[in-house]
Design a protein around this ligand. Structure first.
Ligand SMILES: Cc1cc2nc3c(=O)[nH]c(=O)nc-3n(C[C@H](O)[C@H](O)[C@H](O)COP(=O)(O)O)c2cc1C
Length: 211
């Protein structure tokens, strides 16, 4: 009887754990025909810190990530330029259920950690925890190939700024709300996202619909 109870408990725990396990999210094909005209988008670009809690639709999330740093040419080049084409900027996607890493080549989200880490992105600014998604921008200086120093740090920061502005512009054009932010709990995020010492956490963008 004791044995039977243990088997039952083990099976129950395995099922629960599997249910909690994050799965790869296959993103939608980006809709390259949508969005406002460019000059209108720039006219509407602004920081907004008031979000609806409504989750982003899969199409909006897909289009946003492609705009941020997706592949836009058959040779693997990106929507965001990067110094020596190092493509060192990674976009981590923080959702209520977990943290994911955007793979631009396959246009999928790969699970990194289960759990709600929006509070770590917030770093004390509570409005961030209302936004359904935050994009966290990380530059891996090792991808420049040479010695890590002031030059690679500057280039990493510039490249993250470009991806960040792609997000700001995409949000303005897709009727999404965002604010570019440098504030975040670096220590917690570094641990949750399993970052190496060569990876710099530089900016983040909470994104959602207008309230
Ligand atoms: C590098 C950088 C860091 C920023 N960090 C934060 C931040 O941590 N928290 C925040 O609420 N806004 C942050 N902002 C947003 C600025 O406050 C905002 O862009 C500025 O007030 C101008 O407003 P606008 O974006 O509507 O033109 C940051 C902006 C930049 C460019």
């Amino acid at each position: 009887m004791k044995h039977f109870v243990w088997v039952f408990i083990s099976l129950f725990m395995m099922t629960t754990m599997q249910a909690q396990e994050l799965k790869v999210i296959k993103l939608n094909t980006p809709d390259k025909t949508r969005g406002d005209a460019f000059m209108k988008v720039l006219a509407n670009r602004k920081s907004d810190r008031t979000f609806s809690e409504k989750p982003l639709s899969q199409q909006d999330l897909s289009d946003l990530l492609w705009a941020a740093n997706g592949v836009n040419r058959p040779n693997g080049m990106r929507t965001a330029p990067s110094a020596i084409n190092a493509q060192e900027v990674d976009v981590y996607v923080i959702l209520k259920e977990g943290a994911y890493l955007y793979d631009a080549t396959t246009h999928v989200l790969n699970p990194v950690a289960t759990g709600d880490y929006r509070i770590a992105v917030a770093g004390g600014q509570d409005f961030v925890t209302v936004a359904p998604v935050s994009l966290v921008l990380v530059a891996d200086l090792a991808r420049f190939g040479g010695k890590i120093g002031e030059q690679s740090q500057l280039m990493g920061a510039v490249d993250v700024g470009i991806v960040c502005q792609n997000i700001n512009i995409a949000c303005a054009g897709l009727e999404l709300v965002t604010v570019p932010r440098a504030t975040m709990d670096q220590a917690v995020l570094k641990s949750v996202l399993k970052l190496k010492d060569t990876q710099l956490l530089l900016m983040n963008n909470p994104v959602g619909y207008s309230k």
